[in-house]
Design a protein around this ligand. Structure first.
Ligand code: GLU
Length: 282
């Protein structure tokens, strides 16, 4: 990859206030882009309308400016790969969905969340979705008429059971996850007619010509899923760089509920971005 071609991205979801964990990941993304002579794109990942709030879009842009983050393209500044707000990109997601459906990569699933949980043999890892037991995988128990718009249907990607998905991560080195063991058939389009995070992020990173994805280590398994999507769609995947997660003093992963560590409340208490960055070095 030539330096001039490096394109990174910052992709917050406006479901709460940004905290120091986000700031660190975004800062790494910016530093890596600058070191490669490239730039980052800002993408507003507002697909989850149940959890998304308009006020957080304004707040996150304000917090990111305050922190010293700069993006060359984004919802507030425009750019050649817009729109940069996921809720305005439905036609892109629909096109990806059709490709996957035509290629036979996905199948309709009528299991409820409860069904999936009940079929589990062991409790799943914290925060990760349960491995789908495959109930509807080869089912002919119902005819799908029409499309994804049909109620109660989740469309799932059929993972190649037993296959190892391997990649070299810029931060963690060589990684290997096994399809069907570390993660199962995952949702591509939700029963409430919303594209899934996995589908949207692959569609957007490819369409926006992102060359390296920098994000938190909580998304490592999602990267493995996404690599399968890139392959199914015959798209070149970007490079990946995962940042270690920030923990609070009791070892719990920072989340948007950690209000005291939000950039907004730190700013209000007189903390400066320089002080925050200095604290990462200790
Ligand atoms: N929007 C996602 C989040 O805030 C990040 C997705 C990504 O970096 O791929 O959790």
């Amino acid at each position: 990859m030539t330096a001039a071609h490096y394109r990174g991205r910052i992709a917050p979801s406006p479901t709460g206030l940004l905290h120091v964990g986000h700031a660190r990941t975004f800062w790494v993304a910016q530093e890596r882009a600058q070191a490669a002579g490239g730039a980052v794109v800002l993408r507003n990942e507002d697909l989850d309308s149940a959890r998304f709030k308009g006020e957080f879009v304004t707040a996150m842009i304000e917090d990111m400016h305050w922190f010293g983050l700069q993006w060359r393209e984004g919802p507030d500044v425009g750019g050649p790969f817009g729109p940069y707000t996921q809720s305005e990109r439905r036609n892109f997601y629909q096109a990806t969905f059709e490709k996957l459906r035509e290629g036979g990569w996905i199948y309709p699933c009528t299991c409820s969340r409860q069904d999936v949980l009940r079929a589990l043999q062991a409790p799943h890892a914290d925060g990760e979705e349960p491995i789908y037991p495959g109930t509807c995988r080869d089912s002919s128990k119902f005819e799908v008429q029409g499309s994804k718009l049909e109620k109660r249907i989740n469309w799932r990607f059929r993972v190649p059971d037993g296959e190892a998905v391997c990649f070299t991560d810029g931060g963690f080195g060589e990684l290997r996850f096994v399809a069907g063991k570390d993660f199962g058939d995952f949702v591509i389009w939700r029963h409430d007619d919303v594209p899934s995070y996995q589908l949207a992020v692959v569609t957007d990173d490819a369409a926006m010509q992102i060359t390296e994805v920098v994000r938190g280590a909580d998304l490592l398994l999602s990267t493995a899923r996404q690599l399968l999507l890139y392959r199914a769609l015959k798209l070149e995947p970007p490079a990946f760089y995962h940042c270690p997660l920030m923990l609070d003093e009791s070892g719990v992963r920072l989340a948007k509920r950690h209000d005291a560590l939000s950039l907004k409340s730190l700013r209000e208490r007189g903390t400066t971005p320089e002080m925050i960055r200095a604290s990462w070095k200790t």
